[in-house]
Design a protein. Structure first.
Lengths: 379, 237
């Protein structure tokens, strides 16, 4: 049986997220976009309302949502501002490796405190010469006694300068290995905030590791497990990234619709012109298609099924839909869509990153093709 | 240090503004910051700076203004009494504050700096001059206030704008603060008529001097805010 209707609990959750977005995120999106300040006050409110750390298991103090529920919440938040939504949600990317491969002691030390007070963590994998090709990471971890000594540079680390701990991928004798590294460990140098094209509210920095000593008990899994942990994390987080892109597409559609229904041109409402109304129809259809891909990928994960292909499809498609919707929104607004006083230009800047981070669009297509190559026929 | 001070002041001003204005958006034409609540139930408002008629709607917390019309032939203030009058109180008031502050500093330094005595012969004149400046500044602000109300009636057609509400509230506050400072100063209870200085031996004089200083400083903040808000109404963002 297929059922597309959300449960009463999901409806209630989405309504709460929508109210939170309209009250705290949307009205402040321009301000944080212009200042580039980290939205700590909004994160605190999100924490108090239970929207942060939705992945932490109940035995470690969390009140976990399914990935599908989380995607629905994230879509609402990203409709307000995808930069602020990223700041609120980025903990999940670093928490998931611990959930996936951490032992009980690691989960108690690193996950449980995050449910008690507002804290941040960061996923430190990307390096200046290793982005989409994660296997190229050069950060080294040298075993000395019961400790490892880390050296290397991690680049474009979301939440990097506010994190209390990092998930770090480093090489132990050429074996990619995951570590949990407390941020106050001597030798960690956090760089300044990067001035990116969009998502200005999200904190992205360089983190340098210089002779950083990490205890053996903070290694995740065995030596050499790191690559698998890092990649498996994306099966969990990619539907969420797609949901963020859907939020941008939804914001673009709502803004374009609101404008087209009220702006008058040639003695009639803008929406009465087919050239404009068809754009809105296309935006709505693409958004629905992206949503169904996203929800399917999330649902598969919740069922415990392999969702690598569906997550890649959702992430790629939703990112393109968001980019297209933002550009079309700007087109509907005409000259006003090109000014910084209207939200359309921000959507274009924010949408671009969805085609790049957590695996560029081309990487998603490689994943899909890799799965296709193992199929005899597609059903 | 000055950068820190500016940042703290800007943060306080921003918090106050957000509390008083509520949610705002920028006019897409002149970039003037307008409170959404000024639009009322019909969602329409006229930008007080550039005169465009805006239909404002909030979508997921995003303000989406749509320009529907331009209000042409807006009456200009005749003789420009308000812009001219407004600079007199703003120009004179800081010197009154400076005069009072100098007299208070001199009163405190007098017992500790023996060489200061000959320079204090002019203190009664400074005290009188300070009073004259205060009376002129606060008195002329009545003219400013009245001409501002006239402009609001003519140019802005008595439309409710948060900026104008703030200006009216702050003008009344300034008159109260300035009036109280004048009464204190003129009573002779703060600066004695003979020496022109605060009698440090009298706890009442010292207390009243502190009150006058607080009134003057508060008045300074209020009049500076009035000038800033008025400036945005003329020049936009």
């Amino acid at each position: 049986m297929m059922d597309f209707s959300p449960s009463p609990e999901q409806t209630e959750l989405v309504e709460r997220a929508r109210a939170f977005t309209k009250e705290f995120i949307g009205p402040n999106s321009m301000r944080y976009d212009r200042s580039g300040e980290f939205p700590r006050d909004i994160c605190r409110e999100a924490f108090n309302q239970g929207f942060m750390n939705p992945h932490v298991p109940a035995e470690y103090g969390g009140s976990p949502h399914s990935v599908l529920d989380h995607c629905m919440v994230l879509e609402e938040m990203a409709t307000g501002c995808s930069g602020i939504a990223t700041a609120i949600d980025a903990n999940g990317l670093s928490q998931y490796p611990v959930i996936l491969a951490g032992n009980d002691d690691q989960k108690r030390r690193f996950l449980a405190p995050m449910t008690e007070q507002l804290m941040f963590s960061a996923y430190a994998v990307t390096e200046p010469e290793a982005g989409s090709d994660v296997s190229r990471v050069k950060t080294s971890a040298t075993k000395i006694g019961n400790d490892y000594v880390l050296n290397g540079i991690k680049w474009w680390i979301t939440n990097g300068s506010v994190a209390s701990w990092y998930f770090v991928l480093a090489r132990v004798d050429d074996k990619p290995t995951g570590f949990i590294v407390p941020a106050d460990t001597p030798g960690i140098i956090r760089g300044p905030k990067e001035i990116n094209l969009g998502q200005h509210a999200s904190n992205t920095v360089r983190v340098t590791f210089e002779d950083v000593k990490v205890s053996e008990k903070d290694r995740l899994g065995d030596e050499g497990d790191g690559f698998q942990i890092a990649m498996k994390t994306f099966d969990h987080t990619r539907p969420g990234v797609a949901a963020g892109a859907n939020g941008i597409a939804k914001a673009a559609l709502n803004i374009a619709l609101s404008y087209a229904k009220r702006r008058r041109t040639f003695d009639k409402k803008l929406i009465s012109n087919q050239g404009i109304s068809f754009k809105l129809a296309e935006m709505m259809t693409r958004l629905d298609a992206a949503r169904y891909l996203t929800y399917k990928a999330a649902w598969l994960f919740d069922q415990g099924s392999d969702n690598a292909r569906e997550a890649a499809e959702a992430k790629w498609f939703a990112a393109d839909v968001a980019m297209n919707a933002a550009i079309e929104c700007s087109q509907v607004l005409g000259g006003y869509g090109f000014t910084t006083e209207m939200p359309a230009e921000k959507l274009i800047r924010d949408a671009k990153i969805y085609q790049i981070y957590e695996g560029a669009t081309e990487i998603q297509k490689m994943i899909i093709v890799a799965k296709l190559m193992r199929m005899r026929e597609v059903h | 240090m000055f950068a820190d001070l500016r940042r703290i002041t800007a943060r306080i001003a921003e918090k106050f503004k957000r509390r008083f204005y509520g949610r705002t958006f920028n006019c897409p034409v002149c970039h003037f910051e307008i409170a959404i609540v000024d639009a009322g139930k019909n969602r329409l408002l006229v930008c007080p700076v550039c005169g465009v008629v805006i239909d404002i709607e909030e979508v997921y917390g995003h303000a989406v203004p749509v320009v529907l019309e331009v209000e042409l032939f807006r009456p200009q203030p005749k003789a420009r009494v308000h812009p001219l009058a407004t600079h007199a109180p703003i120009g004179l008031y800081p010197f009154a504050v400076l005069g009072a502050a100098l007299l208070m500093v001199a009163s405190m330094a007098r017992p500790f700096v023996p060489g200061l005595e000959p320079m204090l012969t002019g203190a009664p004149v400074l005290a009188d001059a300070t009073l004259v400046l205060l009376v002129l500044s606060v008195g002329l602000s009545v003219v400013t206030f009245a001409s501002g109300l006239w402009d609001w009636n003519r140019r802005y057609r008595r439309r409710s704008y948060r900026q104008i509400r703030l200006k009216i509230a702050f003008s009344i506050l300034f008159l109260l603060l300035g009036g109280a400072a004048i009464v204190l100063h003129a009573s002779g209870a703060v600066f004695s008529a003979g020496s022109g200085l605060v009698d440090l031996g009298s706890p009442l004089s010292v207390t009243l001097a502190a009150v006058e200083l607080a009134l003057l400083v508060a008045g300074m903040v209020v009049i500076a805010s009035l000038g800033h808000v008025g400036g945005t109404l003329v020049y936009g963002k």
